[in-house]
Ligand binder design. Structure first.
Ligand code: UDX
Ligand code: UDX
Length: 484
């Protein structure tokens, strides 16, 4: 194959949608067909009202306006898109398996497998199949086997099919996806078929300098993606663990972060303490790494990485406990305002958000939560907070008169502080940096508390207003420390 014209992406999610939109904007001569089995999602991508796009990302609307129905198309017509494609990106979700072999750790590849089967069935001629989804190491082998076996079954066809499988992991972070796609630190292409690798590289070279495009073997590429996310998550767990030490020793995590970040060997990014990492990737990818290590008998390696996830879980629980403790050990029937439900700012995604665990814990303690988020759909919060395990706990409470479980409501405006005992900041949305705490204080029940897990509120304003303030990792207001 020498000429690439049609590109198909299976999976119109948080990764597939923005990635193809940016590619389409940078390669006006190529055609991009994004397909998905989910009808509603495709309808949303095609909605004239751009505020209804299924993914919120700064800058995305503008790109969609320029490219949609010109060289970027969203549809459920998987067969047509695969048939005409020279390159097919697989960008479907790969959640952690909930049952069977590897449950709780390894990724469920059923959708990747389903895609490979569709590609084998519908494709024509030479096709490059690109893994975009984050996958366990050696998944490319599985895809190649499926493609080859189904292809040989249909050898009666006059059409001879040839497949090259490449790994081209995505490193975009939600909230900055467009920026990350337009100007990535690197593009990684893993594979064995050099000419296929060069063809894929040529697409990226439309806007990315050649020296940023790295070629590796396919397994290194798959492992590099898992390792990247594991290293980033490890930094967040590291800084969060130190925040707990700050609180008891009188140190301040922001000062510690600033000081260590100045060491060029450490670097200043990913050193913000927060309520614990969320998002669809970090936990899943580390657990994949743990599974891989266990599978090959590397128990110590598995334990090392698993601890990154364990600390994250512990840290989220710790925040809920602090709120209860500061409010005199009981939050039953107390109104608590939750500021932010997304797993980070500038996204409407709540997958693995720390807010889910923390809100559930507070509701279990009897709090009446009022949750605010500027972009998250309340129906999503309902799904997140009504997970099976939680429903079971709630049902038990019917027979347990000692326990009064709380409740939650949602608001999309910030007029929600009346009679609140506390405000808990969980996502670093810009809006929360400019809250007029003096006015808020007048409305709140006393003693009023602000708990800031993102270190974003105006500390002086909160303190001057007379509200008690707890900032994650700030031990500097400790009166006395009895250590020696
Ligand atoms: C991506 C990656 O692909 C995943 O591996 C990574 O860990 C997280 O990011 P993401 O785009 O965030 O996934 O997932 P999601 O928003 O759930 O989108 C996946 C889409 O694939 C969904 O719209 C789903 O309907 C679609 N899908 C799934 C198909 O079209 N076909 C299938 O067979 C399965
Ligand atoms: C991550 C990787 O950054 C990206 O390269 C990969 O492609 C997908 O996974 P994402 O999960 O979208 O991206 O967001 P990221 O910015 O990495 O944040 C993940 C979580 O860590 C968020 O909950 C965020 O709030 C938290 N975080 C991040 C911190 O608590 N402190 C930090 O300093 C950085």
């Amino acid at each position: 194959m020498t000429l690439i014209k049609n590109i198909c992406c299976i999976g119109a999610g948080f990764v597939g949608g923005p990635t193809m939109a940016v590619m389409a904007s940078k390669c006006p001569d190529l055609f991009f067909h994004v397909v998905d089995i989910n009808k509603k999602r495709i309808e949303a991508w095609n909605n004239k009202d751009l505020s209804k796009l299924p993914v919120f990302e700064p800058g995305l609307k503008e790109i969609i306006t320029r490219t949609r129905n010109k060289n970027l198309f969203f549809s459920n017509e998987i067969k047509n898109a695969v048939e005409s494609a020279d390159i097919i990106f697989i960008s479907v979700n790969t959640p952690t398996k909930t049952r069977g072999l590897g449950a709780g750790k390894s990724s469920d590849l059923k959708w990747v497998e389903a895609c490979a089967r569709q590609v084998a069935e519908f494709s024509k001629g030479d096709t490059i199949v690109v893994e975009k989804s984050t996958l366990p190491v050696r998944t490319a082998e599985v895809i190649q086997k499926i493609l080859n076996s189904l292809d040989s079954e249909s050898q009666g066809d006059t059409d001879i099919k040839n497949f090259s499988v490449l790994s081209n992991p995505e490193f975009l972070a939600e909230g900055t996806a467009i920026e990350d796609l337009e100007n990535p630190d690197r593009v990684l292409i893993g594979g064995e078929d050099k000419s296929a690798m060069l063809l894929l590289s040529q697409i990226y070279e439309n806007w990315i300098p050649k020296e940023k495009i790295l070629f590796t073997n396919i397994w290194s590429s798959e492992l590099a993606k898992l390792t990247s996310n594991a290293f980033l998550a490890q930094r967040v767990s590291s800084i969060n663990s130190i925040s707990a030490i700050c609180e008891v020793t009188g140190a301040n995590i922001k000062e510690v972060s600033r000081a260590i970040g100045r060491d060029s060997r450490i670097g200043s990014k990913f050193l913000d303490s927060g309520p614990g990492f969320g998002g669809s990737c970090f936990k899943k990818d580390i657990l994949n790494l743990v599974y891989l290590a266990e599978y090959f008998g590397l128990e110590e390696v598995a334990k090392f990485w698993e601890e990154v996830v364990n600390i994250n879980n512990w840290h989220q629980k710790r925040i809920a406990k602090i709120v209860v403790k500061k409010l005199f050990g009981s939050i039953s029937q107390k109104k608590i305002v939750i500021l932010g439900f997304a797993f980070k700012a500038n996204t409407n995604d709540t997958r693995e958000s720390a807010a889910i665990r923390i809100c559930k814990d507070l509701i279990e303690e009897g709090a009446e939560l009022v949750i605010h988020d500027p972009k998250v759909n309340p129906l999503q919060i309902e799904i997140d907070l009504e997970m099976k395990q939680f429903t079971e706990i709630k049902n038990e409470s019917i027979d347990n008169s000692n326990k009064n479980y709380g409740s939650w409501t949602f608001s999309n405006h910030l007029n929600i502080f009346d009679n609140a005992h506390a405000v808990l900041v969980l996502t670093e949305w810009e809006d929360y940096k400019n809250i007029k705490w003096f006015n808020v204080q007048k409305k709140m029940a006393k003693p009023a508390w602000v708990f800031d897990s993102r270190s974003i509120v105006d500390v002086d304003l909160v303190k001057e207003s007379g509200i008690n303030l707890w900032c994650l990792g700030d031990g500097s207001s400790k009166d006395e420390i009895s250590y020696f």
